[in-house]
Design a protein around this ligand. Sequence first.
Ligand SMILES: [Fe+2]
Length: 220
Amino acid sequence: MHGPYTVRRRRLLLAGLCWPVLALADERCLPTARQVEGPFYPPDWSGEHEFDLSQLNGHATRAEGELIVVSGRILDAHCQPVVGAAVDLWQANARGRYAHPADRNPAPLDPNFQGAGRVHTDSEGRYRFITIKPAPYALQYIDGNPSDAGFRPAHLHFKVSKPGVTPLTTQMYFAGDPYQEEDGVLRRVSDAERDALIIAPTSTASGAMQFDFNMHLRST
Ligand SMILES: [Fe+2]
């Protein structure tokens, strides 16, 4: 005797429809591609660096730019949550400028923008930041070569670390950015890894764009 579920599953298998589901289950555990740290990792974490980069304590005005929420889970190679991991986020502001002394970009700093944040994952490996969408920036402000006409696509830098765990440094990108095709950093990873770094938004109840970005470590 076969129940309705068994019959339905057999039909799906015959139709080849179960295989994509199995493949997706495996892909969820693939380690997140490493991306270069770049020259603008914050040199000092002693100031205000909590989860909301868009709002500084004592400032009445939020940071300039489109408000976004970025959240997700930190998982190990077996898809288990990594609890208590430090998640560092650092990024350019809405004009493409980093609050870092090495940034040559003449675009203005935003006095209301935190520039970097650090949170720790909860018991399910979750993290969450509120921030603004950064602007792309010209490569010449990194390499100091004024004839370099290229741009880096808008991106967020992340570093995930925990004692005893190999840290992960990577970058998240925004779906639809035209500079991604020519970006030398994104070109260094496979198509599957690249797809996992480029995130399309959904909207939140508050109206801010939500980006779900899970990061998978190689080991714990
Ligand atoms: Fe960057």
